[in-house]
Structure formats: structure tokens, C-alpha cells
Write a protein that binds this ligand. Structure first.
Ligand code: ATP
Ligand code: MG
Length: 468
């Protein structure tokens, strides 16, 4: 949500827990008028349930509630909403309780009956203080980035919004679902959440659900007991146990089988797991971040995904926009990658000619940031070590147009390539076909990753006078 000027304006979300119907309705109206998003609960129990389903910036909590009272709700709230500011609503003559509430972590209290101004002032102060806290988290994330950790580059409103959401959700344990096309930076976002959370000094454990056969995935995630299946020669902890205190990143979550889904659901509902072949439920202390580049909701509609699991995963969605929708990030990202790969290949960073950059800005980047990164890496590799200070290279779209399915062997013959030329071109084509995932390319080429690096490095020192 950003306005015309491109600045960032998040609508604050307020949860009202108030049993008095008239007052509740009044609060809803006043807050709605101010542009806040409001959810209301009649009882403490209902309030806690709402806290499990959504993330709120402020909770307006009545002290006197039927059943579970406000103090009890206040005590239980942080586990569900660690980043929320709680404002207590107290009745005349209960100052002691109000003070006690502040000691218990409430941000402030207002005495009934209160004026609209008083209410709004308190809420905006709560939001201000919270902004400050988030800004600190953001700066900390940035500082870590400089230190070789996670850095999310970009100034577009689209990516700034993502950074803002990361800062918002990081301090809580809320499950995050990161969506976006391939190569947009979903894993980077997951790492950033971990780094900005209070779990940062505990493990971040990524696992790609699509890359592991179904029967293995269960024991990878949940562990197994000795003798549970052939090959289970001893008890083994799974990822959820290994990640204790940290964050588990489940990539390509849409591919998880129907038989595993209920087990994951249980983790998210109760934070307990059962090892394969085990009988004892084991509590696990993890925070889950999941990612998908497929539309999970559609998978639900098609009957391939449990709806209850979908809702548990989708508590806090972060959608990373495709690169073509944030072209203003392309110059920044290009420079960032130029720097990165020039350092890696130890050459002076070449410059991007304005003309090339122009064309890059209008290119569609179907492989998103990963494609851009690989494109720059290739440019750096091809850049002659002693040659010009700018890089000349072709955009993938040009390459496609030119090659238009030409046979590499015909081309080699026509242009009188050497064996080496042919090898180099073939390596680049394979790399491009797997979007520069080097492990995958090395596998196709039948060489190990180190050899591949060595060859790339050699092309770089030999200069860019390749088979063009
Ligand atoms: N905003 C960004 N700033 C810096 N680097 C980025 C940014 N976005 C993506 N990258 C880099 O681009 C590459 C691809 O990102 P990542 O692996 O996170 O994408 P993904 O969405 O998980 O892709 P896939 O769907 O294919 O798994 C990584 O090397 C990542 O570091
Ligand atoms: Mg990924």
C-alpha cells in the first residue's frame, strides 16, 4: 500500500477486546473513521483466538471481561503477538490494576469514560513507539547485511514494502508465507526474517520440499526411531528438532504431499512433532517460514492442498513483486552484483554503459533477480581483464533473437571456432538453461563445481574475445 508519492503508508491494525456492545461498536466506528483496520472480540478467549489468526499493531483491551479477565489476556498476549502494543481500558477507581498492567507490559491505559481525542492520542503514541522499535530492527538488519549477512537491495515501493513487512513480522513467532515468481528473492526474505528476529543466533534451516522424495522428506523433517524402516539403524532427530530455537524454511511448500500435510498442520497448531515410528509427541521450538511460487489457494481449490493448512501457513503473507514491476531497482541491483562479482573474480568493477542499462530496464526478466544476477556475473566473467572499463554484452532477449534455435555445431563450423570456443559457448548455454545454478550446470556438464569455477575464471583472464 503506497500513495501517489511512492512513500510507504501501512494501515495499522487494531484489535478491540470489549464486552460492552455499545462501547465496542463505538470504538469500531471511531477507529474506522481514522483509517485503522479494526477487528473486535467480545471476550478474552475470542481475543486470544484473533491474535492467533492475525498480526495487530495495537490491542485495546478491557480489564473487566466476563470469563478470562483482561489481566490474564495481557499475560497470554505476548506469546501470540510479541510486537503488539497493548492499551488497557480501565474503569473508574481501578488505578492499581492499571499500574499493575503497565508492569506486566501494557503500553498504557485509559480510564473510562474517555474522550475520542484521548483514545486516538494514546493509539498514535503507541504506533509511534512501535515504528521506532521497527526502525531499530530494520537498521539492525541493514547493519548485518553489511557484515556479509542478508542484504535486500532496492528502493522501489514494492521492495520497500517487503522490507517493512519483514521488520514488522520478524520479532513475532508468526508463520510467514513468502510468495513470488522464481528468482524474486523469496529465500532471501526468509533469511532476512530470521536475521532480524530474536532467533538470529540459532539455526536457520532451509529445506526444499520439492527436491526430496516424499518418504525421505518425512524423516528429514520429523526424524525417525531406530527400526522404523529399513535403513533406520538408529534414532535420528529431524530438521524441526535440529532447528531448535531457530527458523525452519520450507521451500516449495506447495509440493508437499497430502499425507504429510496433516503432520505439518500439527506442528503449526501445537508445535509438537512425532518422529517416524515414534509414539511420543515431542515439542519443538521453531518458527516457520514457507515459500511457494505456485498459487497455493488454487491448489486448495483443486483439492490438492488442505484448506486448514493453507490458513495456518498464510497467517502473514509476504508477496515479493517480480522484477519487471520494479524496474527502478535494476540499476541498484546491477551495481550491487557488479561489485559482488568483481570482488569474487578479483577484477576492477566494470561499468555498465547507459545504453545497456536502458535496455535492461525495459527487459522483462522472466527469471527475475536471479536472472539479473547471473547476467551480471556472466558480463563480469566475459569482461577482459586488461580491456575496456565498460562491459559490452548482449541481453538475453537479443541472444534469443540471434540464436533463434541455431545449431551450435553449425555456428561453430561457420565461425571457425576452436574446441575451446565451443566448450566455452556450450558451458554458457548450459548455465543459461539452468539459470546459472552452477551445481546443476556442473552435473549436466559432467564436471564438478570447482572445475566449472576454474573454467569460468580462466575465460575471464583470457578476455572476452570468445565466440561471438
Ligand atoms: N533484493 C535483492 N537484493 C539482493 N539480492 C537479491 C535480491 N533479490 C534476490 N536476490 C538474489 O537473487 C538470487 C535469487 O534469490 P532467491 O534464491 O531468494 O530467489 P527465490 O525467490 O527463492 O527463487 P526460486 O523461486 O527459484 O527458489 C539470490 O542470489 C539472491 O541473493
Ligand atoms: Mg528459492
Amino acid at each position: 500500500m503506497h500513495d501517489e508519492a511512492g512513500t510507504l503508508e501501512m494501515t495499522a491494525k487494531v484489535l478491540v477486546v470489549e464486552d460492552d456492545e455499545v462501547l465496542r461498536q463505538l470504538l469500531i466506528n471511531v477507529l474506522n473513521d481514522q483509517g485503522y483496520e479494526v477487528e473486535a472480540a467480545e471476550t478474552g478467549e475470542e481475543g486470544l483466538r484473533a491474535m492467533e489468526q492475525d498480526v495487530f499493531d495495537v490491542i485495546l483491551l478491557d480489564i473487566n471481561l466476563p470469563g478470562m479477565d483482561g489481566m490474564e489476556v495481557l499475560r497470554l498476549a505476548p506469546a501470540r503477538q510479541p510486537d503488539t502494543q497493548v492499551v488497557m481500558m480501565t474503569a473508574f477507581g481501578t488505578v492499581d490494576t492499571a499500574v499493575e498492567a503497565m508492569k506486566q507490559g501494557a503500553f498504557d491505559y485509559i480510564n473510562k469514560p474517555f474522550s475520542t481525542e484521548e483514545l486516538l492520542l494514546t493509539i498514535s503514541r503507541a504506533l509511534e513507539e512501535q515504528d521506532l522499535r521497527r526502525e531499530v530492527a530494520r537498521l539492525r538488519q541493514k547493519a548485518r547485511g553489511v557484515g556479509g549477512g542478508v542484504q535486500i537491495v532496492g528502493k522501489s515501493p514494492g521492495i520497500q514494502r517487503v522490507i517493512d513487512l519483514i521488520a514488522r513480522v520478524a520479532p513475532s513467532r508468526a508463520t510467514v508465507l513468502v510468495t513470488g515468481e522464481t528468482g524474486t528473492g523469496k529465500e532471501l526474505v526468509a533469511r532476512a526474517i530470521h536475521e532480524a528476529s530474536n532467533r538470529a543466533n540459532k539455526p536457520f534451516m532451509p529445506i526444499n520440499c520439492a527436491a526430496i522424495p516424499e518418504n525421505l522428506l518425512e524423516s528429514e523433517l520429523f526424524g525417525h526411531m531406530k527400526g522404523a524402516f529399513t535403513g533406520a539403524i538408529q534414532n535420528k532427530k529431524g530438521l524441526f528438532e535440529e532447528a531448535s530455537g531457530g527458523t525452519v524454511f520450507l521451500d516449495e511448500i506447495s509440493t508437499m504431499s497430502m499425507s504429510l500435510q496433516p503432520k505439518l498442520l500439527r506442528v503449526l497448531q501445537e508445535y509438537v512433532i512425532m518422529r517416524v515410528g515414534g509414539r511420543q509427541p515431542i515439542p519443538v521450538n521453531i518458527r516457520l517460514v514457507a515459500a511457494t511460487n505456485l498459487d497455493l489457494k488454487k491448489r486448495v481449490a483443486e483439492g490438492n492442498y488442505r484448506e486448514d493448512l493453507y490458513y495456518r501457513l498464510n497467517v502473514f503473507p509476504i508477496d515479493v513483486p517480480p522484477l519487471r514491476e520494479r524496474a527502478e531497482d535494476i540499476p541498484l541491483l546491477s551495481n550491487y552484483f557488479l561489485q559482488k562479482y568483481s570482488e569474487l573474480y578479483t577484477i576492477d568493477a566494470p561499468k555498465l554503459p547507459a545504453r545497456t542499462l536502458d535496455r535492461m530496464m525495459s527487459y522483462q526478466w522472466p527469471g527475475n533477480v536471479r536472472e539479473l544476477e547471473n547476467f551480471i556475473e556472466r558480463a563480469v566473467v566475459l569482461h577482459a581483464s586488461g580491456g575496456s572499463a565498460t562491459i559490452g554484452f548482449e541481453l538475453p532477449s537479443d541472444v534469443e533473437e540471434q540464436d533463434g534455435g541455431t545449431n551450435i555445431l553449425d555456428e561453430a563450423q561457420r565461425k571457425r571456432w576452436t574446441f575451446e570456443d565451443l566448450e566455452r559457448e556450450y558451458i554458457f548455454r548450459v548455465l543459461e538453461s539452468v539459470r546459472w545454478k552452477k551445481t546443476e550446470a556442473a552435473e549436466i556438464l559432467g564436471i564438478d563445481r570447482r572445475t566449472l569455477y576454474r573454467k569460468l575464471k580462466r575465460y575471464e583472464t583470457e578476455g572476452a574475445s570468445g565466440p561471438e
